[in-house]
Design a protein. Structure first.
Ligand SMILES: Nc1ncnc2c1ncn2[C@@H]1O[C@H](COP(=O)(O)OP(=O)(O)OP(=O)(O)O)[C@@H](O)[C@H]1O
Ligand SMILES: [Mg+2]
Length: 264
């Protein structure tokens, strides 16, 4: 196992009951890198990140996250920010935005302890990073879906993670907000050296930012630099249709070839 890997999988298979969700995955995600994970619905992307976080235990194979078996992460767990695909939060409960962000600190300070001024300052700083400070005193229920999503990301950032895992964070965001999110996630990566794992369907947009892309379809279909991965047969293998990228200015776009487009 490499010391400098943020996440390392060796021959990892994960099953739900008897149904395989991931098969024989071996991959090493270096510390400080920005990885995109793509693949069709049900291809195991969320399963992959939950396994890395220790929320699921592999049926076979070895996982190391920040150099540890995920179950033994202990205090290192506080170095990981995670935004789940479907965040569970009761938005009808009266909570201010700042309190929601401070929830990210409960691992450090305990659930019923009062927040100190320094905790609140950290929460404000996290809101700054997602350009939501002006909403700090608002009720979470009074925000739009995209604004709530940013607050949940701030909650993941409040611990100052060295590893940030975002599972389809742009699902509730409009195109402009999604691009804005990629921009500042990229800034966290470039300025703070944060390792970023981003699960997404926005292949074209994200390939502008990431160092590497992993294509999952239960097994690891391909991984590597976006240009190499996305120009090969991996998209065809993943999506079952001919697809290719072409440059359009600086932004690559994915197109599905006409002869295959109607098949599936
Ligand atoms: N809790 C569960 N119990 C049983 N099967 C599950 C469970 N969660 C996921 N699965 C199955 O495992 C496979 C992989 O699911 P996963 O959620 O990892 O896919 P995904 O790539 O994240 O999909 P999406 O793009 O829709 O988010 C799917 O076939 C799914 O039905
Ligand atoms: Mg998913």
């Amino acid at each position: 196992m490499s010391m400098s890997a943020a996440i390392e999988f060796r021959g990892v298979s994960v099953r739900y009951d008897h149904l395989p969700a991931l098969e024989n995955i071996s991959v090493s995600i270096p510390s400080g890198s920005f990885w995109g994970i793509i693949g069709p619905n049900g291809s195991g992307k969320s399963t992959f990140v939950k396994t890395a976080l220790g929320l699921l235990t592999p049926y076979e194979g070895d996982v190391r996250t920040l150099g540890r078996v995920p179950a033994d992460l202990g205090s290192l767990r506080a170095r990981i920010g995670y935004v789940p695909q479907y965040a569970q939060l009761d938005f009808s409960f009266p909570l201010q935005v700042i309190d929601v962000v401070a929830m990210g600190l409960y691992g450090e300070i305990g659930l019923f302890r009062r927040l100190t001024r320094s905790h609140r300052e950290r929460a404000y700083r996290a809101l700054d990073r997602v350009q939501m400070r002006e909403f700090a005193d608002r009720q979470i229920s009074a925000l739009s879906g995209g604004q709530r999503q940013r607050v949940l990301i701030a909650r993941a950032l409040v611990v100052d993670p060295s590893l940030l895992i975002l599972d389809e964070p742009t699902a509730a965001l409009d195109h402009g907000s999604a691009e804005g999110l990629y921009d500042w996630v990229n800034r966290l990566h470039e300025e703070d050296g944060m390792t970023i794992i981003l699960v997404t369907h926005d292949i074209g947009v994200v390939s502008q930012y990431v160092d590497s892309i992993a294509c999952l379809n239960r097994s690891l279909v391909a991984h590597g630099r976006p240009r190499d991965v996305l120009s090969g047969d991996s998209l065809e293998e993943m999506y079952g249709c001919g697809a290719m990228l072409f440059g359009h200015g600086d932004v690559p776009h994915m197109v599905v070839s006409a002869k295959d487009a109607g098949k599936k």
